[in-house]
Design a protein around this ligand. Structure first.
Ligand SMILES: [Zn+2]
Length: 301
C-alpha cells in the first residue's frame, strides 16, 4: 500500500514536472526585454513570451502582442525610449497567454486591443491546452479585445498600411499575421517558430495543413528583402522561412506515412518518423515526440 502510494505520488510529481517543463519555454532563460530595430520605424522586443512587434512614428505607437502581465512595466520602459506616448493599439496574433497576458495592463494605459473574433471567444471561456494538459482560466473582461474582425483589417498609421490578415486553422483558429506593406516587414505570430518545430494548438483549432498554407501565403507575398518577425526565435528572412516550410511539409509527410496502417500514436512515436528532422529542428520548446503527436492529432481529426 505504502509503496503503491509512493509510486503514485512519484508518478504524479513526474507528470507535474513534465507538464511544467513542457509549459516553460526555453526562451524563459533570458527574460530581460531587448529592443531591436527591424527596419525604419518597425521594432521587435524580445523577452518573456512571444516577440512583440512595434510601430513607432508620427502617429504614435502600436504593438503586436504584449507577452505576460508581469512584463508590462519593463515593456513600457522599453517603449518610452522609442516614443513619449503610450501605445494606441495592441493587436493580438492569437489568444495564448504569452502573447495576450499584458492586455489588461495595456488597456488600463489606454490601448485599444484588436484581434480575430475567435481570440475574444476563447479568452472569454476556460480553455484546455491538450498537449500540455493545462487548463487556462477565462480572462477578465478588461483583458478582452474590444475590436474584433473575421477576415482582415488595416491600420493606417505611421505613414503606411499595416494589414492584419486572419489565417484559418494554423497555430490556433484565431491567428492573425500583420503585413507592414511599405516597410516590407511581416509579423507572423506563432505560425512561425524560427529554427525549431512549432507548437500547434490542435485543441484550439490549429492544424498542420493550415500552418503550411499560411507560411506558403506569406512567402507568396514576400520578396528577398522582406524581414519576418516570428512568434518565437530570431528575426528572419524569406530564405529561413522557406527552410521552415520545407520542414513542415517533410514532417507532415513522414508522420502521414507512418500512420497508413491505422497505428496508434504510441506506435507512430516508436517508429520515430521525425528522427532525422529532429536533429536540426528538435532543439527548441517542442521536441520530436511532441511534434509527432501534434501532426498525428491534426491528421486524425
Ligand atoms: Zn501560441
Amino acid at each position: 500500500m505504502t509503496t503503491q502510494l509512493i509510486t503514485k505520488s512519484a508518478l504524479a510529481l513526474f507528470s507535474y514536472i513534465l507538464i511544467i517543463t513542457l509549459s516553460l519555454p526555453t526562451w524563459a532563460a533570458d527574460s530581460s526585454p531587448k529592443t531591436l530595430n527591424v527596419r525604419g520605424h518597425i521594432y521587435m522586443i524580445t523577452g518573456q513570451g512571444g516577440n512583440i512587434g512595434v510601430s513607432s512614428g508620427e502617429d504614435g505607437l502600436f504593438l503586436i502582442d504584449d507577452q505576460y502581465a508581469p512584463a508590462t512595466p519593463t515593456i513600457l520602459r522599453s517603449l518610452k525610449k522609442l516614443h513619449p506616448n503610450k501605445p494606441r493599439y495592441v493587436i493580438n496574433t492569437h489568444w495564448h497567454g504569452d502573447h495576450t497576458g499584458g492586455n489588461e495592463n495595456f488597456a488600463r494605459e489606454g490601448s485599444v486591443v484588436v484581434a480575430h473574433k475567435n481570440v475574444r471567444t476563447r479568452m472569454s471561456q476556460e480553455q484546455l491546452i491538450k498537449l500540455f494538459r493545462r487548463k487556462v482560466p477565462a480572462s477578465p473582461e478588461a483583458a478582452l479585445p474590444i475590436i474584433t474582425f473575421t477576415q482582415s483589417l488595416s491600420l493606417f498609421l505611421n505613414g503606411e498600411e499595416a494589414e492584419v490578415v486572419h489565417m484559418p486553422h494554423a497555430h490556433t483558429d484565431g491567428d492573425a499575421i500583420v503585413f507592414f506593406k511599405k516597410s516590407n516587414v511581416v509579423h507572423m505570430g506563432d505560425i512561425y517558430f524560427a529554427g525549431t518545430f512549432p507548437f500547434i494548438d490542435t485543441s484550439s483549432g490549429g492544424h498542420i495543413d493550415g500552418m503550411i498554407s499560411a507560411v506558403s501565403m506569406v512567402l507568396q507575398r514576400s520578396n528577398p528583402q522582406t524581414l519576418i518577425i516570428p512568434g518565437h526565435g530570431k528575426l528572419s528572412d524569406t530564405k529561413t522561412l522557406e527552410d521552415y516550410l520545407n520542414m513542415l511539409k517533410a514532417a507532415r509527410q513522414a508522420v502521414a506515412n507512418s500512420m497508413t496502417q491505422n497505428q496508434t500514436l504510441e506506435q507512430v512515436q516508436q517508429q520515430r518518423p521525425l528522427a532525422e528532422l529532429a536533429k536540426v529542428w528538435g532543439k527548441g520548446f517542442i521536441k520530436e515526440a511532441a511534434f509527432t503527436q501534434i501532426i498525428y492529432d491534426s491528421l486524425s481529426q
